[in-house]
Design a protein around this ligand. Structure first.
Ligand code: 0A1
Ligand code: ZN
Length: 852
């Protein structure tokens, strides 16, 4: 393991040297690659002293170095502890370094590596130092020229950032040179070489430039790229209309690869994507996959302005680009689809991932103060909570001032590497609000709670609010927040008496309004702040039927469900009123996707988050009991909803078709709890006859969880049909790994030997091991075998890909809250992992935090 060193934001210093120009040449061979890197470098000091230049380098074989064209003797440089030091450098000079790397052995998938037969790169945050020695930090921005030389037959497509400058042929080889005029940090550098298929299109920008758009993929997959292309064009137009931002190169390339650690990467002019977020057609992708592609394609495109043109000064500023870009992609998806459904889905994801993280030993502010491995900070907190913080700014400023403020941000900082303070300056300057107290959202961690009490007397409605702020992990007190709280008071018919956005800034606050009769409170409308509301009294039954704000309507139904399940856990009693409300929603005339959300019962994770000491068994039992009850009371209604919306041959991805699939699969799942033969026939029929992957997967999941026989038949049919399509096989592995059936662990273990499974491909590891580690029932089984299996995998995969391993270790974050039996079992495994010889710093950081 490289030395474990914690890096602190407070230690930030400006770079001692700047690189203005970086010319790269890659000679790609089967067994190795030669990189020649020529940089124009200048000292930041102007005193004509001689300095030592330090370049980050990991696992590089140096061949030779030249300073101002003179070959450097061994005495002029040294290479140790991942730093190449060049001694006695002048003020301004050129440095040429030739080195050798082995992309085909690179299983970490950072730097230059091979995904199948394709060469590709991943350099954020610190991968570039695995390609060539460099000042590998985001505040060093240079203009890059890249030449790639490779075998013409094997690698006909050679890509890098920017615009294509020239092409040459030499015998069996060819070369292409790319020039990117926009200065950029090294983490945005990209290279791709391979024998690729492509689809092309073009986009005319608002000032009339025609941009060439290309999406590259494995040969044969071209027809699966059209949804991604449509999404790209939609995103380009949206950014012009909503933010006045236009694309700035002649060409925009996207490449889909199968081996990728994350979702996608915004490299300037050459985005590299996990193929999961590019390839889709109606037969092979689910509706969720289509939505995911639309939002990730947009996310990476939006980074061109929020991330690339204006980048981060240092990695502690990550939320500057990520929080803002997630907010932008969320708004884009909301504009193109259903606003109400999009907002609910975003909040659901936030609570399932970020709230859990924020209540765990790895809780951190959206702008952390320290890290051991930056790779561990691409978190739900930095991304999703970061987006909520930007959303609150948007709410506080309002649409018009927010646009003025983003214009000011772009004008003021274009071409620079800046901090979240710079962003907040632009927001408060153009928004004319004081954001001093608001800034605490960047530096404090944990989810704040708001206690709500109400009083009505003498025609006066009084609302009392109390902020309860969690302590830091070390037990220090944190301060109260400034945030927008959107509320409404409703009359008995559900009509709004008033709607207001309150700004909350104190620990205790009281608001009052004169009203003729006692109003009903609709609070945190649209989830205007990422907080937990605790009400002394509630009107869930009324609000889930009548609130005009769809978010609060969903929220009330959801909270009503939570209360109902907790009553079952504690008193074994099913709340009749909840059951009635459920029936009311079944009958209501609503957008069908919204209705499907209202009818979704609270997740196991939601209930778990509310337990002081976590024990999953009673949660599963209560869930099953409530579902069976609802299914038997409403069997006829559910069946008629199913039949009205089941159109097996409709494979359109227009919203109505997707809405229909959402509702009918929701009710089918509920009906399947009955285990009745007529229902199982419906499910089997759906599997056999539906033309969409959404329907097939929904049916397969039900069959796997309810029937021994039909499940096995359909699963083997599915396997035979799709075994050659890895993206589809991910779904197969995920269904089996998430199964609640007995014997899941054994089957997951056996699936590792399946021909399709490959431990080096992150998507497959996520689908099999990652999904199993989030299968609460089997991962937390009281024999401890689930823990042991995942710990074994962490240790094994850590040697292949440390980033993947530390992501798996995240499943143990819940450790501290577990009941004694599980805790003891977990502890033994965590200790085993942390004491593993040469464990990566990525895993060490996560496991060590969990244990201390
Ligand atoms: N910047 C990318 C996400 C990303 C981050 C790190 C990676 O490798 C360690 C890869 C991708 C985004 O936000 O889309
Ligand atoms: Zn991003």
């Amino acid at each position: 393991m490289s030395e474990i060193k914690e890096i602190y934001l407070k230690d930030y210093k400006q770079p001692e040297f700047k690189v203005s120009k970086c010319d790269l040449c890659f000679e790609l061979y089967d067994d190795y690659t030669i990189v020649t890197n020529t940089m124009n470098i200048e000292s930041s000091k102007k005193d004509n002293q001689l300095y030592t230049l330090k370049l980050n380098s990991i696992d590089l074989e140096l061949i030779e170095l030249y300073l101002n064209d003179l070959k450097l003797s061994d005495a002029r440089y040294s290479y140790k502890d991942e730093v190449l030091s060049v001694y006695n450098t002048p003020n301004k000079f050129s440095l040429k370094i030739k080195n050798k790397i082995y992309p085909q052995n690179n299983t970490e998938l950072e730097g230059l590596y091979k995904s199948g037969s394709i060469f590709c790169t991943q350099n954020e945050p610190e991968g570039f130092r695995r390609i060539t020695p460099y000042i590998d930090r985001p505040d060093v921005m240079a203009v890059y020229t890249t030449t790639i030389i490779a075998d013409k037959k094997k690698y006909p497509v050679l890509l890098s950032n920017g615009n294509k400058q020239s092409e040459n042929q030499y015998g069996d080889k060819h070369s292409v040179t790319w020039f990117d005029p926009h200065p950029k940090p090294s983490y945005l550098f990209a290279l791709v070489a391979g024998d690729l298929g492509v689809i092309n299109d073009s986009f005319r920008t608002m000032s009339g430039n025609d941009i060439e758009l290309n999406i590259y993929c494995d040969l044969g997959n071209e027809s699966k790229c059209f949804h991604a292309m449509r999404s790209l064009k939609d995103a380009m137009l949206w950014d012009e209309e909503k933010y006045g931002r236009e694309y700035d190169l002649d060409i925009y390339n996207i490449v889909a690869v199968d081996s990728f650690n994350m979702g996608a990467m915004e490299n300037k002019g050459l985005n590299i994507f996990n193929s999961h977020y590019v390839l889709a057609n109606e037969e092979l992708a689910t509706d969720r996959d289509f939505m995911g592609i639309q939002s990730v394609i947009a996310h990476e495109y939006f980074h061109n302005w929020t991330g690339n043109r204006i980048t981060c000064r240092d990695w502690f500023q990550l939320t500057l680009k990520e929080g803002l870009t997630v907010f932008r992609d969320q708004c884009f998806s909301a504009d193109l689809n259903s606003k109400e459904v999009a907002r609910i889905e975003d909040v659901k994801a936030l609570r399932e991932r970020q709230f859990v993280e924020d209540a765990s030993p790895t809780s951190h502010p959206i702008q952390p103060e320290s890290y051991i491995s930056m790779n561990n900070f691409y978190t739900a907190t930095v991304y999703e909570k970061g987006a909520e913080v930007i959303r609150m700014i948007h709410t506080l400023l309002g649409e018009e001032k927010y646009r003025k403020a983003t214009d000011l941000y772009f004008e003021s900082f274009d071409g620079q590497a800046v901090t979240t303070k710079d962003f907040l300056w632009a927001m408060s300057e153009a928004g004319k609000v004081d954001l001093t107290q608001f800034e605490r959202w960047y530096h404090q961690n944990g989810t704040p709670r708001l206690l709500v009490s109400e009083k009505y007397e003498n025609n006066k409605y009084i609302l009392r609010l109390t902020q309860v702020i969690p302590n830091t992990l070390e037990g220090q007190r944190q301060r109260v927040y400034f945030f927008p709280l959107k509320i409404a008071l409703l009359n008995e018919e559900g009509k709004e008496i008033l709607e207001e956005t309150l700004t909350i800034s104190k620990e205790f606050e009281e608001f009052s309004w004169e009203t003729d009769s006692k109003p009903i409170l609709s609070i945190n409308r649209d989830f205007s702040a990422p907080i937990i509301i605790k009400q002394e009294q509630n009107d869930y039954q009324f609000l889930s039927r009548h609130d005009s704000n769809s978010f609060v309507r969903y929220e009330s139904m959801h909270s009503f469900g939570v209360d109902t399940l907790e009553k079952i856990i504690h008193n074994d009693e099913i709340d009749r009123e909840f059951v009635d409300t459920y029936g009311y929603i079944l009958d209501a005339d609503l957008n069908l996707s919204f209705k499907a959300l209202l009818l979704e019962l609270p997740s196991v994770s939601t209930l778990m988050q509310r337990q002081e000491v976590v024990d999953f068994e009673p949660i599963y039992e209560a869930n099953e009991k409530l579902q069976k009850h609802l299914a038997s009371v409403y069997k006829d209604k559910l069946l008629s909803i199913y039949k009205n919306n089941h159109l097996p041959k409709d494979d359109s991805i227009e919203s109505l078709s997707m809405d229909r699939r959402a509702i009918k699969n929701r009710v089918l799942k509920l009906l399947s709890m009955l285990g009745d033969e007529d229902i199982i026939d419906l499910v089997k029929n759906q599997y056999d006859n539906s033309s969409t992957m959404t329907d097939k997967i929904a049916a397969l999941d039900i069959l796997e969880n309810t029937t021994q026989k039909e499940g096995a038949v359909s699963l083997s049919d599915f396997y035979q049909r799709y075994k050659n399509d890895t993206l589809v096989m991910n779904k197969y592995f995920a269904i089996l790994a998430a199964s609640e059936r007995e014997g899941t662990l054994d089957r997951v273990m056996a699936l590792q030997n399946d021909d399709v499974y490959d431990e080096k491909i992150p998507n497959l590891v996520r689908s099999l091991i990652g999904v199993f580690a989030r299968n609460y029932k089997h991962f937390h089984s009281k024999d401890g075998l689930g823990y042991k299996f995942v710990a074994d995998k962490i240790i094994e995969i850590d040697k292949i890909n440390a980033q993947m391993a530390s992501a798996l270790a995240g499943a143990f974050k819940i450790y501290e809250k577990m009941n004694e039996t599980n805790k003891k079992l977990m502890k033994a495994e965590l200790k085993r992992v942390v004491s593993t010889h040469s464990l990566s710093k990525n895993c060490y950081e996560i496991v060590n935090k969990i244990l201390t």
